[in-house]
Design a protein around this ligand. Structure first.
Ligand code: SF4
Length: 355
């Protein structure tokens, strides 16, 4: 019988989740070795292309306009600036570029056209492109797919039962509807959640069940530890322990064997040994760069050192799926000739550096 299932029961997941920790890690490591190369870690770089001023009220997020935090509102970045950052991330070993905009949903306007140009440009640099732009319609997801989008991130955050305590401006169903739109457009799905939001163990299981019982598991499952930010409703939440992260990662690994489980926010608080245990438990991806949207993250040189100690190497792009074909060429769509030439020159530079 295939061990890829989407009919997990709460009891089964609870039993896995509550195994003695070392037994759980061993089982997760065995599953990881069956479906993934344990010596490789996929590295993503996440940038905030439009920061703050969001109309949603996610209780953990400093970018909500409803809270008073230190986050500076920043309008949508220029295409050239984003491509420049992608180039640096690629040179640092990142195979995926994630673009995050603090929007409730995508609107069909010139800002969206600009994001499509960013997607095309990064795809042409031979990087996987992921966007997290809030809710999308099926048509918008298709336009992103046509621009060469590889993945769309839309986290479920927590269980359906706990969701209303964290966010009141949209429903759990809204989240799942966007998942459907992304799937229909043929884009891979990145969806996970955050622990440390005041949820119970049942909520953690509920979140994993939502993902593991989807018709197709998300190709990428980020597991975040809350980084409490002053000014948000969750500013005084206690930080989760490394053991809780390991348990979440290992359980996600076992019930969604083919998905890439991403050790996401909260790494700065973790020791090297703690992160090593997360990799052992099946984490196959991290975010690189000293910032995750607006919260701090380990610097690139620290990650390089950690990878060296553990004998890990960053994966090449498109190891788990085909490079999306760009249906509307970036070259055709942009009016900025210099930008096209620059992207071409970067591609040649990167190809030469690899020889
Ligand atoms: S998490 Fe996203 S949708 Fe929620 S407030 Fe922050 S930017 Fe807005």
């Amino acid at each position: 019988m295939s061990d890829i299932r989407n009919n997990w029961t709460k009891e089964e997941v609870l039993e896995i989740f509550n195994k003695p920790l070392l037994e759980l890690v061993f089982e997760a490591a065995s599953v990881h070795r069956k479906y993934h190369n344990p010596r490789e870690v996929q590295v993503s770089s996440l940038i905030s292309i439009k920061t703050g001023g969001c109309s949603e009220d996610c209780g953990y997020c400093p970018q909500s306009a409803k809270y008073h935090t230190d986050v500076k509102v920043h309008k949508l970045m220029e295409v050239e600036e984003v491509l420049g950052q992608a180039k640096n991330a690629q040179a640092g070993g990142a195979s995926r570029m994630c673009l995050g905009a603090a929007w409730r949903e995508v609107r069909d306007n010139s800002d969206f056209d600009r994001v499509l140009e960013m997607v095309r440009g990064i795809n042409e640099m031979n990087m996987e492109v992921c966007c997290t732009l809030g809710m999308v319609t099926e048509e918008q997801a298709r336009r992103l797919a046509d621009a060469g989008l590889y993945a769309y991130n839309h986290n479920v955050d927590t269980s359906e039962e706990h969701y209303g305590d964290i966010i009141s401006t949209r429903t759990y169903k809204d989240r799942l509807d966007t998942h459907q739109h992304v799937r229909k457009a043929g884009v891979t799905l990145c969806s996970g959640g955050i622990i440390g939001l005041g949820e119970t163990e049942q909520d953690r299981i509920g979140m994993i069940l939502t993902l593991a019982n989807q018709e197709k598991h998300p190709e990428s499952v980020p597991i975040n530890a809350l980084v409490p930010v002053a000014g948000t409703p969750l500013e005084n939440q206690e930080r989760v322990s490394i053991w809780e992260m390991v348990r979440m990662i290992a359980t996600a690994r076992i019930v969604m064997p083919k998905s890439v489980v991403r050790l996401s926010a909260g790494r700065l608080e973790m020791s090297k040994e703690g992160q090593a245990l997360c990799f052992m438990a099946g984490a196959g991806s991290v975010f690189a760069g000293d910032k995750l949207l607006t919260t701090p993250n380990p610097a690139q040189n620290e990650d390089r050192e950690l990878f060296k100690i553990l004998g890990l190497t960053p994966t090449e792009p498109f190891m788990k799926g085909e490079k999306p074909e760009v249906k509307m060429s970036y070259k055709e769509s942009t009016k900025k000739k210099e930008l096209v030439e620059k992207v071409q020159a970067w591609k040649e530079e990167m190809a030469a550096a690899k020889k």
